[in-house]
Design a protein around this ligand. Structure first.
Ligand SMILES: Cc1cc2nc3c(=O)[nH]c(=O)nc-3n(C[C@H](O)[C@H](O)[C@H](O)COP(=O)(O)OP(=O)(O)OC[C@H]3O[C@@H](n4cnc5c(N)ncnc54)[C@H](O)[C@@H]3O)c2cc1C
Length: 430
């Protein structure tokens, strides 16, 4: 009896111990599940806090930017003038009033009002910001435009000659606040391809520098296309930028290398920057493409990328376009996302009321400004890209459309004639 009681006691103790072990295991498991859930929840909270922090910071920055931005023209001092080679000169500009500068989006440009001796009116020209956004100066890099090869007797470029020959350190110039739609959204790191042809390097260089500053980890491909070493600017600086991060792949392409140009040292690829080259080098077409360069390069890249099934909203570009040389309609269309618009209305009458002239506008006529010039009607202009606002003209009757989206749409009743086309018969105050 006594022994039976002892056995029962042992069994009860064993069951109790087993229960305890089972209970402890459950608790431990529960703690483990809870703690990993807690860690993941904490990580989520930290992530969202950071994102919200970034958004709030960006809002603060935008508010602060609005406060330091300006309307119209502001006086800037040329702090430094630096020859870059290849007929390009960089100008470092500081505000004359010493007040803070707004940041800009990499890819944007400045608009200048130049009072050039011998010119009756001010000359307006736009130049891209070629450095990354910094708070104490702006930099533009300007190519001296020489007469075209087929017309060597023509005068050299008005604005660029003035900058190169007559603007010196400490001079004061009038500058509009940074603007433009061609820029990189720096808040969203993503795989991109940047392409600069000739002086079209300037906006994409600004993008590259900002990407490095922000330490983007996504794939970045950078192509710089020029004829040969004589046009190669900022060579060492570009090399340094290209070697700073493993995710950045930089290629310099010479289309016609000179005798002294050394492959592998001065340049990487013989040939033009082209979509065929991208097909060879890039693992896929799955990138956002940003490019700026001469019209031929822009046309072929745009068409080639579309044929390669790159969606239009992933192709971003800007054309500089010489300001006094008439852009051919085809060149406009090749780069314009709105190319088909011109088909919608052809054969409209444009009446220039002040000059008492009428002209027929067709889809080959280009912009209203082009048509005006063709018919000796005087309209002032600056950038010929719908940005500087110089060519703003009243529309007395009728309505306009735009070949490419202007920097800022003018109030109704006016148009930016350098990029405007008529939607029907129209009367213009010019
Ligand atoms: C948004 C934007 C950003 C830009 N960014 C830059 C930049 O970063 N760097 C840069 O260098 N440029 C840039 N440009 C281009 C710049 O604005 C000017 O268009 C460029 O400097 C030429 O202007 P210009 O006054 O020197 O030449 P223009 O006087 O406009 O002349 C242009 C060309 O026409 C020739 N020409 C003049 N008269 C005649 C004639 N009668 N017959 C035949 N040919 C003639 C000239 O020799 C010259 O080659 C940008 C343009 C835009 C719209």
């Amino acid at each position: 009896m006594h022994m039976l009681g002892e056995i029962t006691q042992y069994i009860a103790l064993a069951v109790l111990l087993a229960g305890l072990v089972y209970f402890l295991t459950l608790i431990a498991g529960n703690i483990k599940v809870q703690s990993s859930a807690n860690i993941s929840a904490q990580a989520d909270v930290a992530y969202f806090r950071t994102r919200i922090g970034e958004i709030m910071d960006r809002r603060k920055i935008i508010k602060a930017q609005d406060e330091v931005s300006w309307q119209g023209f502001r006086k800037f001092k040329v702090d430094k003038k630096e020859m870059e080679g290849g007929g390009i000169c960089s100008f470092y500009l500081k505000p004359h009033d010493d007040r803070p500068l707004p940041f800009f989006e990499p890819g944007q440009y400045l608009t200048f009002k130049l009072d050039i001796p011998g010119q009756k009116k001010s000359t307006i020209r736009c130049y891209s910001l070629s450095d990354q956004p910094l708070d104490n100066y702006y930099r533009v890099s300007i190519k001296h435009q020489l007469p075209p090869r087929d017309n060597p007797d023509a005068p050299p470029g008005l604005g660029s000659s003035f900058f190169h020959e007559q603007i010196h350190e400490q001079d004061i110039i009038d500058v509009k606040a940074p603007s433009g739609h061609f820029f990189l959204d720096v808040t969203k790191p993503h795989p991109i391809v940047l392409i600069g042809g000739g002086i079209g390097l300037t906006p994409v260089l600004s993008m590259l520098k900002e990407i490095i500053k922000r330490d983007w980890r996504s794939e970045i491909w950078f192509f710089y296309g020029i004829s040969n070493g004589s046009e190669h600017i900022m060579k060492e600086h570009l090399k340094e930028l290209g070697s700073m991060r493993d995710n950045i792949k930089l290629f310099v392409c010479y289309s016609r290398p000179g005798k002294k140009d050394v492959k592998g040292d001065d340049y990487d690829i013989e040939g033009r920057v082209s979509v065929d080259l991208f097909k060879e080098l890039l693992p896929s077409n799955n990138y956002d493409y940003y490019f700026c360069g001469p019209p031929g390069m822009m046309n072929s890249l745009f068409e080639g990328l579309r044929e390669w099934d790159v969606p239009e909203d992933r192709i971003h570009y800007e054309a500089f376009g010489p300001a006094t040389v008439k852009k051919k309609k085809e060149a406009d269309d090749s780069g314009s996302n709105d190319a088909n618009k011109t088909e919608a209305g052809s054969g409209f009458t444009v009446k220039f009321s002040k000059s008492d002239k009428s002209a027929e506008w067709t889809s080959d006529s280009g912009s209203i400004l082009d048509l005006a010039e063709e018919n000796d009607v005087d309209i002032e202009f600056g950038c010929r890209a719908g940005n500087c606002g110089t060519c703003i003209t009243a529309v007395i009757e009728g309505d306009v459309d735009y070949l490419s989206e202007p920097g800022e749409r003018p109030e109704s009743g006016s148009c930016l004639s350098c990029v405007a086309i008529p939607k029907g018969d129209i009367v213009i105050d010019a």
